[in-house]
Design a protein around this ligand. Structure first.
Ligand code: ATP
Length: 517
């Protein structure tokens, strides 16, 4: 269920606590470009580690690379991006707002879906335990009518999209009475295609310079290096190449904070396989990626698959993993069966052979590819929005207080432990700093002595620090500290010697990786 109020709070919180800042804020910002602050950049690094290690360390046959952002301009002709990396855009003449035509249609369909789900929920309440959802959906007149409407819109859109029939895409918007969300008007311009790639000039004298592009995806850097890696790494099929890096898209409508940015980061893995094995490996990666997400414990009900109706120009099959963001279920990751499209295209445009000699079959062929592609910033947003909570505490003694806490999965938390001397005297700061020395080689820790202990706890709740370690006078006598847990606020007396292993147990990726293996 969409929750715009919560989303606003998450955005404000992200800024207030050093997670995400608007780029160039002192110059009034740059639209759809963001900077990550002291806590945000740590969280981002931890997400990268979770992804990269789960790919490269946990698979003998996956290796990582780091390719350049700039590539030869012909790469983008071969990949189809120069000709086909377009979004259909439409303007509303009254509000002067610009939209992606496909998104307007998708949102309209989603509204009908919500109505269907409401009817189902009403019936579920009415019939209780005897309720049979499948039967209800297939026999209820109103639902059948609405589902038919959805199917018609989607199939008409699919045909228009495939044929690049822009007038019909506009007609779908008109026929379905889709209005501008801002002005409510149905006064639309024609639909036009808009290429999403940024370009720039290579060379110091711009007149002589070649036009090159800022990569709109990291995948092509993997394809053009496929043979380099295969040969130098002596890789045998099936094998994968993983990469994390920046990508750039001149998005028509950049909204929803870091969900849709013009500069963002992707984590992509291309898995090279024998032709004919693509269905098996597509299923494998579809399941493996869903498991990776769910292992974080952010609620299984917050994820769903969405199989594509409209495939990209290269794809044989495609599915999205969608997450329940505060503005509803939206794409977080794509899993694509890309056939041999990319390698064959690069073979054709470069004139270089990109074949694999299969020692088992004694044949040479261009491998097929399964791709998993996830936006790092979108993943960041899932963690931030899902972990943000305003909790009522101290209700029992009539002094209800709101505690803002980020229940970030411990492995991803920016700061793992805060070390807090109860007072700034009596040798407690010195003792606390010794504990910091003991922990800092393994964990990102913070030492804080300013403000009351309560205030310091709240500050660390707000950035998602799972452990607060308080050093008091008793510590000096018996080498024990109070360990406070972020989620339950429970406190325990613990020996200093035990701290490393208690923290490690929760923040080490090992347990997660074992679950995934
Ligand atoms: P969308 O339909 O939302 O535009 P897409 O299908 O074009 O996304 P892909 O080309 O499959 O996206 O890119 C793979 C992943 O990269 C997406 O699942 C998403 O997580 C991320 N991504 C794509 N565009 C952006 C963007 N503008 N800002 C942030 N992340 C993005």
């Amino acid at each position: 269920m969409a929750n715009p109020d919560k989303f606003k709070k998450v955005i404000a919180h992200a800024k207030e606590y050093g997670f995400v800042f608007q780029s160039s804020e002192i110059y009034d910002g740059l639209s759809a470009v963001y900077d990550y602050g002291q806590n945000g950049s740590e969280l981002k690094e931890n997400i990268k580690k979770y992804w990269k290690d789960s790919m490269v360390m946990m698979h003998e046959n996956i290796v990582g690379i780091d390719s350049a952002i700039f590539m030869h301009p012909t790469v983008w002709k071969a990949s189809g991006h120069v000709g086909a990396f377009n979004d259909p855009l439409i303007d509303n003449k009254n509000s002067k707002k610009r939209y992606r035509a496909d998104v307007l249609i998708e949102e309209h369909v989603e509204k009908i879906n919500i109505k269907i789900n409401k009817d189902v929920e009403k019936a579920r309440k009415k019939f209780g335990d005897d309720f049979d959802e499948d039967q209800f959906r297939s026999t209820n007149g109103r639902i059948i009518e609405r589902q038919k409407n959805i199917d018609e819109i989607l199939s008409r859109f699919k045909t228009a999209f495939e044929k690049d029939d822009l007038p019909d895409i506009k007609q779908i918007i008109i026929d379905n009475g889709i209005a501008c969300p801002v002005s409510g008007s149905k006064n639309w311009t024609d639909v036009r295609q808009f290429n999403l790639m940024f370009d720039t000039k290579l060379g110091s004298v711009s007149e002589d310079a070649d036009l090159i592009y800022l990569r709109p995806e990291t995948a092509q850097g993997i394809f053009v290096n496929y043979l380099n890696v295969q040969k130098t790494g002596r890789m045998k099929l099936p094998f994968g190449i993983a990469q994390i890096g920046k990508a750039f898209r001149n998005e028509i409508v950049a909204r929803q904070f870091i969900f849709r940015m013009r500069e963002f980061e992707q984590m992509e893995m291309q898995f090279f396989i024998r032709p004919g094995e693509e269905d098996k490996w597509f299923e494998y990666w579809r399941d493996a990626r869903m498991k990776w997400h769910k292992a974080l414990g952010m609620g299984d009900e917050n994820y769903r698959f969405h199989d594509h109706e409209n495939m990209a120009h290269y794809a044989k099959a495609a599915t999205d993993i969608e997450f329940n963001f505060p503005f509803g279920f939206k794409e977080l990751e794509g899993i694509h069966s890309r056939t041999d499209f990319d390698l064959s295209q690069h073979q054709k445009f470069s004139g270089k052979k990109l074949q694999y000699f299969d020692p088992e079959t004694n044949e040479s062929y261009v491998p097929y590819v399964i791709e998993t592609s996830i936006g790092l910033d979108r993943m960041f947003l899932t963690v931030l929005s899902n972990s943000f909570e305003e909790e009522e505490i101290n209700k029992e003694n009539g002094k209800t207080e709101i505690r803002t806490v980020l229940r970030i999965p411990e492995v991803l938390a920016p700061v793992k432990a805060a070390i807090l001397p109860l007072v700034k005297k009596d040798g407690l700061p010195e003792k606390a700093r010794k504990i910091l020395e003991q922990l800092k080689y393994d964990f990102n820790c913070q030492y804080e002595e300013k403000d009351s202990i309560g205030k310091r706890y709240r500050r660390h709740d707000a950035i998602g620090t799972p452990f607060c370690i308080t050093v008091d006078h008793q510590t000096l006598e018996d080498n024990t500290v109070t360990l406070r847990y972020r989620d339950t606020m429970e406190q325990e007396r613990i020996k200093i010697d035990e701290l490393n292993s208690i923290i490690d147990e929760k923040v080490n990726f090992k347990k997660l990786f074992k679950e995934l293996n």
